[in-house]
Design a protein around this ligand. Sequence first.
Ligand code: ADP
Length: 209
Amino acid sequence: MRLVLVGPPGAGKGTQAQFISAHLSVPQVSTGDIFRANVSQGTPLGKQAREFMDAGDLVPDDVTVAMVHDRLADEDARKGFLLDGFPRNVPQAKTLDGLLLEMGTVLDVVLELVVDDDEVGRRCGHSWHVDFDPPTREGICDNCGGELFQRDDDQPETIRHRLEVYYVQTAPLVGFYAEQGILVGLDAMGPVDDVTDRAIASLRPFSRT
Ligand code: ADP
């Protein structure tokens, strides 16, 4: 299956990406994770991306698209993939359609994680301490089931800016994919496992294997 996950920062996208890709046995391609790995290794790509990430802005499309192009050409992504964090604007979505066309394929489904605006804010509100006040399940907030981060770009100002960037640049993807008839909305509120179960159930009709 070729699948894209879309949803605002704090919706639990990374957590669900992990569970869903494991269930479908397809590689998880998370552009944010790939960028972060490059930043921490100090690669040329990481150096190009860092200032944009720290500011909560999008990394320029040419840099991002080249990276995704290379990743999707890898052997393990030939039979399917779960893209998380890409595309993040309509030009990237159009480029992705073109890349897939070249590969002789198309996207099967785009899953939109739908959460209340309030919930996104609230999920970002509670902090846990890795040593002194750890959550029961590593990386997941006990309060709300949202994913936890430990990142340089987690300053409150940057979080707010990333949300703005989401609503201005990324949210239009919902209409773009609805027009293509491949958008599925997923209620992403509530316990993580329930959301995963609902996600898997809603993807079943799109499975070709
Ligand atoms: P979150 O899940 O919190 O929204 P990600 O981990 O997906 O954030 O991404 C972190 C940062 O990496 C983004 O704020 C952005 O700077 C950069 N990034 C990730 N994916 C893309 C993309 N498709 N296009 C441009 N920049 C991206």
